[in-house]
Every structure is written in C-alpha cells, then in structure tokens.
Design a protein around this ligand. Structure first.
Ligand code: URA
Length: 267
C-alpha cells in the first residue's frame, strides 16, 4: 500500500470517528489482514456519454400509470444491462429528460457482488453522465474503499436516471415511472448484496415510509417480480447527508463494517 493510500484511509477512519483501535470482538490481524483496495481516483475518467434524446411523449408524462406501464413493457424485453441502458435512453415517459443534459444509467462492474442504488443524479452527474461522480460520490468511494470495495468491485445506479432540476427531491410520479427499469436492473445484475443509499432509495424500493435513521442497522431482503429469489439488502446514510452531518459518519462506519462482514462470509 502506498503512503498516500494509507493517509487517505486514516483520514476516512478519523472522519468516521474511529479514534480507538478496538472492536467489540478481538481480531487477530496476523491471521486475517483486512484487504485494502486502491484509493479511489481523484477524478473518474470515462468515455463521453452518447448524445441524449430529450424527447418525451406528453401522453405518457401526463399519466404516471401509462408511463410506468410503458417502462415495464420496455424493461421486460431487456436481457442485458446494456439493452436496459438503451431502453432507458429511448424511454419518453419521464419529463426530467427535457431539462437533463445526460442520461445517468450506471457505473462500476456489472458482474460485481454488490449493487448500490442512490437517489438521483446531481449537477456533476448530469454533466458527466456518471452516477455519484460529484462531491457526495467522492465521499461514497472513500467509504467503500475503507472496506476494500471500489468501482471495480461494486456496481452503482440510482432510482432516477435524470437530474431533477435544482436537485429537488424526486416526485412519487417520477419514481413510479422509472421503477420498472430499476427493478429489472437489479434482476439483471442479481447482486449478492443490494445496498440502498439514502432515504429515497429505501422508501421507494423497500416500500416503506420509515426514514433512514430508523432503518439503518437492519437487515432486509429485496424482492421483485423479475427475481427468482430475494436479495440480501442493507441501507446506509446518503453521503450528501454525511457531508452535512459529519457526526453520523460514526454510524455509517458501523453499517460499512456490517456490509464487510456479510461479504466476508463464504458464498
Ligand atoms: N446523489 C445520488 O443519489 N446519486 C447520484 O448519482 C449523485 C448524488
């Protein structure tokens, strides 16, 4: 490990409130060294996103039920994540497409064991067409690097594929229109562990009104009609919340350790 990586890891531990080298149970570090992933890249470089189709169909955007039905029909026909990306890009049932610069579909490794789902693209994600590439994404990458995961070992997407103007929260109608794509996305990736990042993803995918503060620390199983079996699921604070409430990084650290422990168990 490079000195720079050690420094970044220690900085993240410190920010998370890890000031003591102790855990509830003893760890024999001579026999079980923690794998340390390479530090996240300062800036993610990807090919330029394909040109965006801003077209929407007023008959679909005026009727959330019709938009969701169309999304379900399109999603049903997709057999690969790439086909789903194309279907999402061609979908005309979400009015956010009119103001977005790019469709923000996914990043990371589609064959990974872990799939993260956040809320919706922000300004930087909209500019680059990559989920979680702005300030909150940089924190998210540091958090996961601390448990040995990078975008080569996780896959990441959102509950919406287009930026809500001014970063306002997604409306229930927007979430409902995109949800069939999100469901099929999870079924095509079929991760060992699904991690819902922040309240919107939790409420939307676990069909609950409970907030993240109540839900964090729990163990859940996510299911939908395209899956043959439920998927083990964990929830974590959204990194943009942690940027505003750094004291909660301490709780986020416990949630990350729980994710690490789940993944350490043999498949
Ligand atoms: N916040 C999210 O929930 N998703 C992103 O892609 C960026 C910020």
């Amino acid at each position: 490990m490079q000195p720079q990586q050690v420094r970044q890891l220690l900085e993240w531990y410190h920010l998370s409130g890890v000031t003591e080298a102790t855990l509830p149970a003893p760890v024999n570090r001579l026999h079980a060294p923690r794998p340390v992933a390479p530090a996240p890249q300062a800036a993610i470089r990807r090919p330029a996103p394909p040109p965006m189709n801003h077209k929407v169909d007023p008959a679909l955007t005026a009727s959330p039920a019709a938009a969701a039905a169309k999304a379900r029909e399109l999603a049903e026909a997709c057999e690969t994540p790439e086909a789903l990306r194309q279907a999402v890009m061609a979908f005309e049932g979400c009015a956010l497409k009119k103001t977005a610069m790019n469709t923000v579909f996914a990043d990371g490794n589609p064959a990974a064991d872990v799939m993260l789902i956040g809320e919706a693209p922000g300004a930087e994600e909209d500019r680059q067409g990559i989920p979680f590439c702005g300030p909150s994404g940089q924190l998210l990458d540091k958090m996961f690097a601390a448990i040995g995961l990078t975008r080569e070992t996780f896959y990441i997407s959102n509950t919406l594929f287009w930026r809500p103007p001014g970063n306002r929260p997604p409306t229930p109608e927007e979430l409902a229109a995109c949800r069939p794509f999100v469901e099929k996305h999870i079924a095509l990736i079929k991760p060992r562990l699904l991690v819902l990042v922040g309240g919107t993803a939790i409420k939307s995918l676990l069909d609950t009104q409970q907030g993240i503060t109540r839900m964090r620390g729990g163990r859940y199983r996510y299911h939908n009609a395209w899956l043959t079996a439920p998927i083990e699921t964990r929830v974590i604070f959204h990194p943009s919340y942690l940027l505003r409430q750094p004291l909660h990084k301490r709780l986020a650290w416990h949630d990350l350790l729980d994710i690490e422990a789940f993944l350490a168990v043999d498949k």
